[in-house]
Design a protein around this ligand. Structure first.
Ligand code: MSP
Length: 645
């Protein structure tokens, strides 16, 4: 294997709110890439950091009655502290308020300006303060920003612009001739389709009259640079551009990792900025999808913003890392729920991996007192007993998937080996072999193969679960060459590394099973302790979807109980000139005589349904209040059949 220098980056995160699950994922995904590359004998450099200038930060600081710098210091600290907590092994943490970074941004701006790719012009446009950018009409949805659902403000001002269109053909050509530039493929397609439209020039400044919290333009004291021109440059300023040693070693062998939200700045602005500044283009961009939580986009208003610290404290770090990396198909969105997390912990970690490990080591202690036996010659070539081919297959499949960030496939390859070994134990039945002295040599061969197989498993899980890998290696009594904490892939491959006569330790429990019943109560208690339970809110719908529901005022004409049902009442209601029968589950709260003459709200266009043999032509609305149903109505009398909006 040849050693290469490889540079990995996360986006630098905005400091307008504390880190959540999404930020933790990208940092862990890049950590996995970096650790895997170390196993491939590459020399790596891993950069992450915080993006600290711009309107958003000023606004967040104002809300807390503090200065932007003090606010940025406070939130950046949270991002920095999260890294060791998640076992993220970054080599550097950059802040865009670092003086060295500021110098490089000004240097790049000056060279692009000198080249004539930046010009000054007056501009009027629709500006979204949330996104900190101007919008074209065609990008708006019903006149509103698609991300913030707010109407942009009309702003007229003179600004500096970066000419991008002249580089458009070059970029299209670069993307097409470098199929690994954007991964996975669907995002390459997305970018190329965006590049079919002429590229508009990018506004790269803000007048200081409107924003002072930014880097001053080197060619105009009255302006600061717009956030992207500042933020993207972090990737080279962190390496000491233009002549730092790290820059010489690691640029441009770079893979940037981002989620799909910032593919345009990374896939379009950044390569064009580099090209214009005469700097080599980075090697590639890896784009992942979004984590939703319980099926919805994380948002403060829904109350589902997930704190990675809370999840880790409750379920353990390696379990959390494993879940994130196994569950998300890199490139697609994934859904985070505690139920999914618990089920993966119980099945993949406690059952498959944990059981395999404790079964093998317990048998090793039971039958061989924890000493590695030697393998008799007659069994060295016994294909039925030899697990080496399966281990080799797993390593190869793992390497080819991990190299392209298909993490879920890489892990599946390891779990195939684990399942194979669990089946192998059942077929070889060491407990039967142990009963007969004549089978001692075969039992030893089975044991050696199992120990060797689990050695490979321990090595391969290192990027995803470094702590578990360490514990497994220690238990197996392995000493990793050069005092490293991982085996390279080349070191892992050779079969028969557990020297005969060496000792293993008795196994502990790698992953305790989570009792789902207990976990539920425990979960409720933790949630209550941390934050009050919020009312559950379902997925958002558009106004068009809502307008499909025909809600009407209605008056109850008569009501009676439904035979054999303690819950249902049969109501005859008047909806305008129409009479309808509706079955409502309110018998426990309302008696029939309470209801006659009452005005209610009915969903009038619901497909008729049969309940206990009775037809229901609509549904009456009621609130669920502590398991008690309370009918929704009006605070004054209204005409029946009126639409309710
Ligand atoms: N500051 C810019 C990036 C500048 S990079 C030169 C920014 N910051 S951010 O705080 O909004 O971070 C966005 C990134 O955080 C995403 O690209 C992704 O890496 C991560 N995630 C934020 N929310 C996420 C999910 N819900 N799911 C997965 N990752 C997410 O944009």
């Amino acid at each position: 294997m040849t050693t290469r220098h490889r540079f990995f980056t996360t986006p630098i995160y905005y400091v307008n709110a504390k880190p959540h699950l999404g930020h933790a994922y990208t940092s862990i995904a890049v950590d996995v890439a970096t650790r895997f590359n170390k196993m491939m004998d590459n020399t790596t450099f891993f950069l992450t950091g915080t993006d600290e200038h711009g309107d958003k930060i000023v606004q967040a600081a104002e809300k807390q009655d503090t200065s932007p710098k003090a606010y940025a210091d406070q939130i950046s600290r949270l991002f920095q502290d999260l890294l060791p907590f998640l076992d993220v092994s970054n080599d550097k943490f950059i802040r865009t308020t670092d003086p060295d970074h500021i110098k490089v941004v000004q240097n790049i701006l000056a060279s692009i300006y000198d080249k004539g790719d930046i010009y000054f012009a007056s501009y009027e446009g629709k500006y979204c303060f949330g996104c900190e950018r101007f919008y074209q009409d065609r990008e708006l949805v019903d006149g509103k920003c698609p991300d913030h659902d707010t109407e942009p403000s009309l702003i007229k001002e003179s600004n500096y612009f970066f000419k991008m269109s002249q580089y458009q053909d070059w970029l299209i050509d670069h993307i097409k001739s470098n199929p690994d530039f954007i991964r996975p493929k669907q995002y390459e397609t997305e970018l190329l389709s965006f590049l079919k439209e002429p590229l508009e020039d990018l506004c790269i400044s803000r007048p200081k009259s409107r924003l002072t919290w930014g880097i001053t333009l080197p060619f105009d004291e009255d302006y600061v640079t717009y956030v992207w021109f500042d933020a993207l440059v972090n990737y080279i300023s962190a390496l000491g551009y233009p002549d730092g040693e790290l820059f010489n070693q690691f640029w441009p062998q770079t893979r940037h990792f981002v989620a799909k939200d910032i593919i345009k700045p990374h896939g379009i602005y950044w390569p064009i900025m580099l090209k214009s500044a005469g700097i080599d283009i980075y090697e590639g961009l890896n784009v992942h999808g979004f984590w939703n939580v319980k099926g919805s986009k994380m948002s403060k208003s829904i109350g589902n913003v997930t704190d990675p610290v809370e999840v880790t404290e409750q379920y353990g770090l390696d379990a959390f890392r494993y879940f994130l990396i196994r569950e998300m198909v890199f490139g697609l969105d994934a859904n985070f729920t505690e139920d999914n997390l618990v089920s993966r912990i119980n099945s993949d970690l406690a059952n498959d991996l944990g059981n395999l490990f404790s079964r093998i080591l317990s048998m090793h202690h039971r039958y061989f007192k924890g000493t590695v036996p030697s393998l008799a010659d007659e069994f060295k070539t016994d294909t039925a007993l030899n697990l080496e081919p399966q281990a080799r297959e797993a390593i190869d499949a793992y390497v080819s998937s991990m190299e392209i960030c298909a993490y879920h496939k890489g892990i599946s390859a390891v779990w195939q080996l684990i399942s194979h070994m669990n089946r192998y134990i059942d077929t070889q039945a060491p407990w039967v072999l142990a009963k007969d002295e004549a089978n001692q040599a075969k039992l030893a061969a089975v044991m050696v193969n199992l120990l060797e197989g689990v050695r490979v498993v321990a090595g391969l899980i290192y990027p995803v679960m470094p702590q578990t890998s360490r514990v497994m290696n220690q238990t197996l009594g392995l000493e990793i060459p050069d005092n490293k904490e991982f085996y390279t892939i080349d070191e892992l491959r050779p079969w028969g590394q557990l020297a005969s006569g060496s000792a293993t330790q008795k196994p502990g429990i790698l992953f305790p099973r989570i009792d789902t019943k207990k976990a539920d109560t425990q979960k409720q208690e933790t949630i209550k302790a941390v934050k009050p339970l919020k009312p559950p809110v379902k997925d958002q719908i558009t106004i068009d979807e809502f307008s499909k529901i025909d809600l009407r005022s209605a008056t109850v004409l008569s009501a009676e109980t439904v035979e054999k049902s303690s819950k249902l009442l049969k109501l005859q209601v008047e909806v305008g000139s129409e009479k309808r029968q509706v079955i409502a589950g309110i018998a426990k709260q309302y008696s029939p005589e309470d209801l006659v003459g009452k005005q209610v709200i009915i969903v009038a266009n619901l497909t008729p349904a049969k309940l206990m043999g009775e037809t229901s032509e609509g549904m009456i609305l009621a609130a669920n209040d502590k398991k008690n149903l309370v009918l929704a109505g009006f605070d004054t009398t209204v005409k029946t059949g009126n639409p309710v909006k």
